[in-house]
Write a protein that binds this ligand. Sequence first.
Ligand code: FES
Length: 122
Amino acid sequence: MRPRHRITIHWRQENRTISHDVPEGDYILRSFELQGDPLPFSCRNGCCTSCAVRVLDGSIDQREAMGLSRELRRQGYGLLCVARATGPLEAETQDEDEVYELQFGRHFGRGSVRSGLPLDEE
Ligand code: FES
């Protein structure tokens, strides 16, 4: 039988703290759902950052988190939809779009795309 790890999530927007024991290697978001506590998500593929959290204590295996830069992982952010339990964890939900803005906001500050033409032909 696989070991189980105590995972605690502070869901700041809902003012709730939820804890469940998650079998080692299982996806945390999915395990919480199966135990009756669905957390925020959208794509479920590690791309959109809707499920992002800040890790307060512990670590996760999130090698499938395509939508999270190495720098943001280093800063302690994680994507729960593709995060597997590897040990006890305490984390809190992000501010709305916090990770999305940190990761992509600087690119959108340059204005929208106008056409498919090269810049000197517009
Ligand atoms: S739900 Fe989209 S990255 Fe997790």
